[in-house]
Design a protein around this ligand. Structure first.
Ligand code: CTP
Ligand code: MG
Length: 227
């Protein structure tokens, strides 16, 4: 099942505490976002890649894309203030298609079988997101004191990719924008339209490069894949 992928890449990486967009930091000699691009370049089911980038970083990113033969990149959208704005800019820029995958450029270790299951599920039911079961005990605290232990059996840590029928996610993204609603992922925008969202079990390796320790895990994952 074919799809178009939208990759928000226009953040600044504040929590990484680097002096530049964290996606440009290198892991084993290659910027993080290139690993992500290569996953989709290699996937025969991926028809097109669209990136949301900051205007001032576009030339640099385009340079990497052409030098590394990422031929599936079909276009760029201007990144917005929030991630949700960057994703919406991309969704409004892409030509209509069947299934759209939204994936953080900061998650370079996504598994291709997970992508396949997400796309198939979204094609069949409209919306499917990647997640992994919560491993730790989860509690709520108020003023430093535990108020509740939450039953973790039904809890998932949500990742990207999140896959949707094109018409559904475009409608949901525009409705959120018009209503001034800000979510922390795309699924929330679809959930508020009372549309069911399926969960697809992903891998714990699909981390988002967010804080400096993630660079250590990232290098370890790359090394383990070379063995
Ligand atoms: N992103 C984006 N536009 C924004 C903010 C984020 O395209 N205005 C992208 C990031 O580049 C990243 C993905 O969304 O690929 C996930 O966001 P996050 O991990 O929060 O990245 P940053 O916003 O860059 O990091 P931070 O929140 O620490 O500043
Ligand atoms: Mg952010």
């Amino acid at each position: 099942m074919n799809y178009t992928v939208v990759l928000p890449a226009a953040g600044s990486g504040k929590r990484m505490k680097a002096d530049k967009n964290k996606l440009l930091l290198e892991l084993s000699g290659k910027p993080i976002f290139l690993y992500t691009l290569e996953v989709f370049q290699r996937d025969p089911n991926c028809d097109a890649i669209w990136l949301a980038v900051k205007e001032q970083e576009r030339e640099l990113i385009e340079g990497y894309v052409s030098r590394h033969n990422i031929t599936k990149v079909q276009g760029y959208a201007a990144g917005g203030t929030e991630r949700q704005d960057s994703v919406r800019a991309c969704l409004e820029a892409i030509p209509p298609c069947g299934v759209v995958l939204v994936h953080d450029a900061a998650r370079p270790f996504i598994d291709k079988e997970v992508i396949e299951r997400l796309v198939e599920t979204a094609q069949a039911s409209g919306a499917a997101i990647a997640g992994v079961p919560v491993k730790d005990t989860i509690k709520k605290a108020e003023n430093g004191v535990i108020s509740e232990t939450v039953d973790r059996n039904q809890l998932w840590m949500i990742q990207t990719p999140q896959a949707f029928r094109y018409s559904l996610i475009l409608k949901a993204a525009q409705a959120a924008h018009n209503d001034g609603f800000m979510g922390t992922d795309e699924a929330m925008l679809v959930e508020r339209l009372n549309y069911p969202v399926a969960i697809v079990e992903s891998t714990y390796e699909n981390i988002k490069m967010t804080t400096p320790d993630d660079l250590i895990y990232g290098r370890a994952i790359l090394e383990s894949r070379l063995q």
